[in-house]
Design a protein around this ligand. Sequence first.
Ligand code: HEM
Length: 129
Amino acid sequence: MEKWGWIYMRVSGVVLVVLIFGHLFVNLMLGEGIHALDFAFVAGKYATPFWQWWDVLMLWLALIHGANGMRTVVNDYVGHQGIRKTLVVVIGLAAALLILLGTLVVFTFDPCNGVFQDGAMWATCHPGS
Ligand code: HEM
């Protein structure tokens, strides 16, 4: 079991290097670079299945990697068995909650949610009105 955790850290680490540096390169360097970052830029990416899957994969791999890494640290350094087990459960729940919320946001994001009639996005969200 621990062996698979060890392998997961290495494999996810390699994939995360590609996902994270690809993410930084596309968002900060391509085209206008960092100056292009605004609500519309993010909305555009979340309207694209490729970037939805890129971001969700990055989210899942990084959160499981980070949580499993913290589990290792807690197991190595927390001496009291009750506290150790509680912390490992809390880390798992926190990671599960963040994965759930993040995945929901990426796949259900709608830039027209909450746009009011006098808002800047009204004409875009309600063409012809
Ligand atoms: C950029 C790509 C990344 C690579 C190549 C990478 C690689 C690794 C590797 C190989 C380990 C195992 C170390 C060991 O067993 O001694 C590790 C541990 C860990 N990683 Fe990452 N990681 C990356 C990104 C991340 C991210 C984004 C997070 C946070 C979400 C994170 C959090 C951790 C934690 C908390 C540990 C445990 C610390 C430890 O074992 O000393 N890593 N990482």
